[in-house]
Design a protein around this ligand. Structure first.
Ligand SMILES: Nc1ncnc2c1ncn2[C@@H]1O[C@H](COP(=O)(O)OP(=O)(O)O)[C@@H](O)[C@H]1O
Ligand SMILES: CC(=O)N[C@@H](CCC(=O)OP(=O)(O)O)C(=O)O
Length: 296
């Protein structure tokens, strides 16, 4: 349970006034928000998240939500007596796991977020990569990060072939907030499980988003001693990969973030989704949060 500190009216006015330049700067711009499964475990925080998304939309910014759901998939697999296995941050996805992934992501998590946005006064539309031909994918050929001669078979994990953003653009133009599940489809109409960070990063690039904000369950990227790294360049990221500072779910997150930064997304941030309203603080105040990823 989170408690909201009481803010004096004068301070509230100050905060609102401070937001004005950012509202003006970002008016009409697209922001891709990745809402990680680990950041959505507290109902009060989920409601805060939905309010923030609605507020952005109301002040003329175009938020596009891509959601995760790793822990939620894990819980559902557990109820079936299965345990998830990950290789380099990707879930090994057999046929049964793929079914679970589809119903948890598209049936539960996505619809929960859509409902919360409606409760907060916004209009959200849930999509998977199938809708409007949004995300075409093929089977991912995974090789070892350190030794590319080693190959892994991760089953029905998708590698994005192309993104057709027309359905997202049409919804945005109509004042809807798209909420996207990271599921792609292949040439034979087969489904693919795609890491949500990878989808968010690629979508931000294709939409030429102003910002990509990845909400997770750490203060940002941490060094080996647990200190927050506030700013990371491509070269520094290579170093963190090489010395093993980055592992698990942080691997696809940083790779995707870096790809988006290199492809021209102006600002890419990894921030702590467990802090109430962290997304709003990041976008609409001068305060820097979490880790900013730079292309050079
Ligand atoms: N250097 C690092 N700094 C921060 N987190 C890291 C680092 N290396 C690995 N991680 C792990 O990455 C996790 C975030 O990724 P993930 O579990 O996929 O979250 P999400 O559901 O938000 O995508 C962190 O909780 C942490 O366990
Ligand atoms: C291939 C792969 O790993 N897919 C992820 C999709 C969900 C996801 O990415 O959720 P988070 O953002 O909460 O980690 C999975 O099955 O867990």
């Amino acid at each position: 349970m989170t408690t909201t500190p009481t803010i004096a009216p004068r301070d509230k006015a100050e905060i609102l006034a401070q937001a004005l330049p950012y509202i003006r700067k970002f008016h009409g711009k697209t922001m891709v928000i990745k809402y990680g499964g680990n950041a959505m475990t507290d109902p009060a925080l989920q409601a805060d998240f939905a309010e923030d998304v609605v507020l952005l939309k109301l002040v003329g910014i175009n938020p596009v939500v891509v959601h995760g759901g790793g822990p939620q998939i894990e819980a559902a697999l557990g109820r079936l007596g299965k345990k998830g296995e990950f290789i380099q941050g990707m879930r090994v996805t057999d046929e049964e796991t793929m079914e679970v992934v589809e119903w948890v992501l598209a049936g539960e998590v996505q619809q929960d977020i859509v409902g919360l946005i409606h409760q907060a006064g916004g209009k959200a539309v849930g999509l998977t990569g199938r809708d409007g031909g949004l995300i075409r994918a093929k089977k991912l050929k995974m090789v070892d990060n350190k030794d590319p001669s080693i190959e892994y078979d991760v089953g029905q994990v998708g590698d994005i072939v192309s993104i057709d953003p027309s359905v997202v653009r049409a919804l945005q133009d109509d004042a809807f907030i798209p909420v996207i599940s990271p599921i792609g489809f292949g040439e034979e109409n087969e489904s693919y499980n795609i890491n949500a960070d990878v989808v968010a990063s690629k979508l931000a690039t294709v939409l030429q988003a102003e910002k990509l904000v990845l909400l997770t369950n750490t203060p940002g990227v941490l060094d080996k001693a647990g200190n927050l790294l506030t700013d990371l360049t491509a070269r520094e990221i290579d170093g963190l990969f090489a010395d093993g500072t980055i592992s698990g779910g942080m691997l696809p997150k940083i790779s995707g973030a870096l790809d988006a930064a290199k492809a021209g997304v102006n600002a890419v941030h990894i921030i702590d989704g467990r802090v109430p309203h962290s997304m709003l603080l990041e976008i609409l105040t001068e305060q820097a949060y979490g880790t900013m990823i730079r292309s050079h």
